[in-house]
Design a protein around this ligand. Structure first.
Ligand code: FES
Ligand code: FE2
Length: 324
């Protein structure tokens, strides 16, 4: 089935890896509630430090495990009658003796990479994301944006050159070749310049290159290289559907420390400072996109302008991430 249709029939059975929380939100023994792809779930950190993600509602009489449920060893215990569920959702203690009812609840495969928690959503090919904070980069600044939209629209932005000119006022955009796709992986590179510099001040145009790598519809990584200043920036955008048409986009910004002869702590401080300005500029660029996404409809067979064929190639690539 094709993803979105013109009546905004947003489908939520997307396959892939989707960011759902920051590791720091879930301390040892803690339970938090989230909405993911229209499901109420709880995420809990067991005593062995590993995370579990299970359906929020107990299969016995329906209590919400996120409200009073507690971690007991490596299981979560329901606040109502004390049933316990392991990370696979298996019920390990029946409230009353006997009976053949299965009390197991749905669970999601979960992973933690560089401080972000991902769930594996119906990922048939079972591909994994890799670590994304490279050596020598500062700790990322994380920004969350909540709005009405769909992950496909967010990732489609990376191949939509015309909007780079019009919304973001980028200039001289050159694309070396068409998008490359291999399985769940999509790659595209540009050389371009930005009218207002990269840090939001200064009048001179700034030239830079942008290498974009998307992995499914839940993860897109943009590597920016500003040769003139020896500055390398990584921006990661991770959209996840929460409830109906609502989504959260987690955006990570990080900057590589300069290779110059100054004390380590100064290198770190400088990278962090630049990162602050870059993250601020990212937000400034992202907000006009959000306004469009929240109010647009999906045109299934769009008439594309010259140079926009990659939008169609992109949509073909997207089809693999939808159920039948
Ligand atoms: S509702 Fe959870 S144990 Fe009864
Ligand atoms: Fe954009």
């Amino acid at each position: 089935m094709f993803p979105l249709n013109s009546s905004r029939d947003y489908i939520t059975n997307l396959k892939g890896q989707f960011a759902v929380a920051n590791s720091r939100e879930i301390k040892l023994g803690k339970v938090i509630s989230k909405k993911i792809m229209n499901h109420d779930v709880v995420i809990f950190r067991c005593q062995d430090g590993k995370l579990g993600v299970v359906d929020a509602y107990c299969s016995h009489l329906g209590a919400h495990l996120g409200l009073g449920g507690r971690v007991v060893g490596n299981k979560i215990q329901c606040p109502f009658h004390g049933l316990c569920f392991d990370r696979e959702g298996k019920c390990e203690r029946k409230p009353v003796a006997g009976g053949k009812i299965t009390f197991d609840i749905p669970s999601w495969e979960v992973s933690e990479i560089d401080g972000i928690v991902f769930v594996n959503q119906d990922n048939e090919n079972n591909w994994q994301l890799e670590k994304f904070i490279p050596q020598g980069f500062c700790r990322p600044i994380i920004q969350n944006f909540e709005f009405r939209g769909h992950p496909q629209e967010i990732i489609e932005n990376t191949v939509d050159i015309t909007h780079f000119y019009h919304i973001h006022e980028y200039l001289d955009i050159q694309k070396e070749k068409s998008i490359e796709t291999k399985g769940h992986h999509l790659k595209v590179s540009y050389n371009l310049s930005r009218k207002h510099g990269l840090l939001g001040f200064g009048k001179s145009r700034l030239k830079f290159s942008m290498d974009i790598n998307a992995k499914g519809l839940g993860y897109s990584q943009v590597d920016i290289n500003i040769e003139k200043y020896g500055l390398k920036i990584r921006q990661i955008v991770m959209p996840t559907i929460t409830d109906n048409e609502m989504m959260v986009v987690r955006a990570l910004t990080m900057v590589k420390e300069f290779n110059i002869r100054i004390p380590r702590f100064l290198k770190k401080t400088l990278a962090k400072l630049i990162c602050y300005f870059v993250a601020r500029e990212f937000k400034r660029d992202f907000i006009p996109d959000i306004k469009i996404w929240e109010n647009k409809k999906f045109i299934e067979n769009p008439g594309v302008l010259d140079g926009e064929l990659d939008i169609l190639n992109f949509r073909k690539w997207c089809e693999q991430f939808y159920g039948n």
